[in-house]
Design a protein around this ligand. Structure first.
Ligand code: DGL
Length: 276
């Protein structure tokens, strides 16, 4: 009898754009052996100013692609905007019907848990229009610890500045966004967007407060999840392979993604059915 080795699966990291490459880097540093595939929806970034329907459908298309074409066992929905808009519905309605054995993990609850563990009671949050208006952080926090306050500011200029080499204007824009939070006497600020990871040192230095950045949160929470869920963890290959996929490819994306990952990487262009 010939025994066929079961095909190993991957960990997927999904983001609206290139910010997810920084989360992938951080995951790779924490979990060097996991086979991982990143998918950035560069065709539709930024998600933050779009409608709920558009964000939901773009996210679903990307998640479906990662399950069907890349054989992902677990997908980290690294994008806060997508987590705010699409995660619950996908987890509760779509996943059980289509991929009951697979998992989609968001970033909002892990970030809140981390913030609570740090003992902070007066928090600030910078996020995209969609994330802030969705109030997802306020609602999830209310369920876990209603005694903690979050003051939110929506920061629609940050993603375009980051994606288009606008760092020279960043301090001025950040001062504008941070002022109402500093006036409230916040003890720490949550950077609730994958892209803002690259601002964490700047924010720490400039405002001298604690900064909760998801590249420092997601890998630790993921490792803990994998330890608690061996039935999923054992299905994921352990050759340390990396795959980087985008829905629109330009030389500029390749340059930026390599910078965010800290070494030259090859991006591949994927096509999927585009529905809104
Ligand atoms: N990556 C998204 C997030 O984490 C922000 C970028 C966008 O607007 O698409 O919220």
């Amino acid at each position: 009898m010939i025994f066929q080795k079961a095909k190993t699966m991957k960990l997927g990291v999904f983001d609206s754009g290139l910010g997810g490459v920084m989360i992938s880097r951080a995951i790779r540093d924490h979990l060097p052996d996991l086979d991982m595939v990143y998918l950035g929806d560069t065709l539709h970034v930024p998600y933050g100013n779009r409608s709920e329907k558009a964000i939901h459908n773009y996210s679903k298309n990307c998640i479906e692609y990662l399950f069907t074409q890349e054989n992902c066992q677990i997908i980290i929905m690294a994008c806060n905007t997508a987590s705010a808009s699409a995660l619950r519905k996908l987890q509760q309605e779509w996943l059980p019907k289509h991929f009951p054995e697979r998992r989609i993990l968001g970033v909002v609850v892990p970030t809140i848990e981390y913030s609570i563990d740090r003992g902070v009671e007066n928090l600030g949050l910078l996020g995209t229009n969609y994330t802030v208006h969705s109030k997802v952080y306020l609602q999830e926090l209310q369920k876990i610890n209603p005694n903690i306050t979050i003051h939110q500011v929506n920061t629609p200029l940050l993603v375009p500045l980051i994606e288009h080499d606008g760092m020279q204007w960043m301090d001025e824009v950040l001062d504008h966004y941070m002022k109402p939070l500093m006036d409230k006497g916040i003890e720490a600020v949550i950077l609730s967007c994958t892209h803002y990871t690259c601002l964490k040192d700047r924010v720490r230095d400039r405002y001298n407060i604690e900064v909760f950045s998801q590249d420092e949160i997601v890998p630790v929470k993921l490792k803990d999840y994998l330890n608690r869920h061996p039935e999923s963890e054992t299905k994921i290959g352990k050759s340390g392979a990396d795959t980087f996929l985008v829905t629109d490819l330009t030389p500029e994306y390749t340059r930026q993604a390599s910078r965010y990952f800290g070494k030259d990487i090859e991006l591949s262009h994927v096509l999927y059915k585009d529905t809104v």
